[in-house]
Write a protein that binds this ligand. Sequence first.
Ligand SMILES: [Zn+2]
Length: 207
Amino acid sequence: MPVKPPLPRSRKKKKESSLSGALPPLPGVITLRAIGQEFDVIYSPGVSPRTTFSESGNGLTLSGSISRQGCAAVLKRWTSGKARSHFPAWLEQSSRELNLPYARVSLRKQRTRWASCSPGHTISINEKLLFVPALLVEYVFVHELCHTVELNHSRRFWALVAAFEPNYKALDRELRTAWRYVPWWMCKPGSGELNQSYYRKISVPSA
Ligand SMILES: [Zn+2]
């Protein structure tokens, strides 16, 4: 079952027209709060029509064609790699600590869910969680692992969550506004998600 935030629809609609058109600027710094890493992004334009990336220390260099959309696609690919190298092991560790086994893990870029658990106990993790503070990610994992026992949001489910994370109500509330941490370039162009994400980014003060 998903951890699903409500979309601020009425406010979104008002802003959307003024935000249509140009994409926001490319990032100079990328903060992966979930894993406590920050990268300076260096853009190195070249003759190649392709965009490539290379990471060294806390620097990330994008070379070749430096178009907004090309760079956004490359940054997304780089982020997917980060998610793959951190989230499955992290979930596995939480699963062992809680003694709540799951069947499989998959990484995705969901638009409105932080994660979900299927009836077959596959846990799908949103790669966008990389931008969210670690405490909230840990809660998402606890929440989804509890769904391997209770595939619903019944009182029994919340009692199980509370047994592992007594502060779950505050964490759940924080997750609903945590979309503001997700940068525009992680969102799918043309889906409307971009404007939502950008709107959230500029309307809610970042921590
Ligand atoms: Zn749930």
